[in-house]
Design a protein around this ligand. Sequence first.
Ligand SMILES: C[S@@+](CC[C@H](N)C(=O)[O-])C[C@H]1O[C@@H](n2cnc3c(N)ncnc32)[C@H](O)[C@@H]1O
Length: 226
Amino acid sequence: MFTSIAPRYDLLNHVLSFNVDRMWWRRTARMFRHILMRPDARVLDLCCGTGDMTFALRRQAGKSGLRILGADFSHAMLQRAAAKSAAQDGTVPDWIGADALKLPFPDAHFDLVTSAFGFRNLADYDAGLREIVRVLRPGGECGILDFGEPKGVLGSFYRIYFKQVLPRVGTLISGVRGPYAYLPASVERFPAPEEMLVRMKRAGFAEVSSTPYTFGIAGLYRGKKK
Ligand SMILES: C[S@@+](CC[C@H](N)C(=O)[O-])C[C@H]1O[C@@H](n2cnc3c(N)ncnc32)[C@H](O)[C@@H]1O
């Protein structure tokens, strides 16, 4: 599904989110400044797609020479990420084809694992969380940025946009029927913040928190491996 929309993925992201997506990635990267400043830190951006979250982490890291890996199981998405790397100055991330549910990394390897708008798509959320815990070092941190469902009056308007307008515009611009109708369904299936925090604790995270972004349209889940 993601491979089929890869050619228009970036354009659609920016159009459908009115460019707010850039702010969400930047804000998420800022939250992990204390790790990104360390030149010896190892960072993994899971479900990296065309790499915008990964590049935001890279920019936040500045001149610190730390290694940032972007991983995704869609080759077409990774090809776009690699093409975008070529236009960047300085150190660029490394890209790797990998399934988030079966990562090709040893236990306790990373200081930070992030995932932006990818975790929601996993077939098994608990298995995904356990896999993140496995590859994190004790004390390592996780940041999962994903869509939420805003409440109240704004929520009602947003639902009309998200369920009626967005799938139509997405289908029109991508030329592919399916993925953009799937998007609202996948957000409905995603656990509510309280449940997500319970699942994170159960998987082995401490100090879990959720921070709503833009009235809860998106949100960042954070946790520290015990
Ligand atoms: C909505 S895109 C998000 C891409 C990027 N992180 C962003 O913020 O724009 C979701 C990505 O998750 C990837 N993905 C979904 N399930 C995956 C899995 N099990 N393993 C690895 N990647 C996965 C898809 O290939 C896709 O590139």
